[in-house]
Design a binder for this molecule. Structure first.
Ligand SMILES: [Cu+2]
Length: 163
């Protein structure tokens, strides 16, 4: 009888320890989940003084397939994800709901293609400015996560590709 009681106590103690370890692991996983996404070469086009519209470009790479769902910027009252494409010899710009980023393939947002359209700018964007942009992605598990990037303002002549 005494032996049985001692086992019961030992079992309870080890169950508590196990539960503590499990909850710590779960917490660590939530806190430390690394984003699969890496954004490089982020830049935004400078505006003329008082300019209300600009666009940001960047290279997006992910170790897992993700979707870019949304872009936000405190400097802009309205931000959309756009794509430009040639249609019947005319450059056409359209808002897109999502950009698919396959695993381990760089998706470039660049003049003449995908871009983050910054509209209703609260201030003009000057050379050397750093424009914070928040990107919302969705992983394969359907859970959204955000990535903050700083787009460096650059003065570039985009020729026919206005943005
Ligand atoms: Cu656009």
């Amino acid at each position: 009888m005494r032996t049985a009681t001692r086992y019961a106590i030992l079992f309870t103690a080890s169950a508590i320890t196990a539960a503590a370890i499990i909850s710590q692991t779960a917490f660590a996983q939530i806190a430390d989940t690394p984003s699969p996404v890496t954004v490089t070469n982020a830049w935004a086009k400078t505006t003329v003084p008082g300019g209300k519209v600009s666009a940001a470009y960047m290279d997006i790479k992910s170790t897992a397939p993700v979707k870019l769902l949304k872009a936000e910027a405190s400097i802009a009252g309205n931000v959309e994800i756009h794509n430009m494409s040639m249609k019947d010899g005319v450059m056409e710009m359209k808002a897109v709901d999502v950009i698919d980023v396959p695993a381990n393939k760089t998706i470039s947002l660049k003049p003449g293609g995908y871009h983050v359209m910054l509209m209703m700018l609260a201030a003009s964007i000057n050379k050397g400015d750093s424009v914070p942009i928040k990107l919302t992605f969705e992983g394969a598990d359907k859970k959204p996560f955000t990535v903050e990037v700083k787009a460096k303002a650059q003065e570039k002549d985009l020729g026919d590709h206005k943005h």
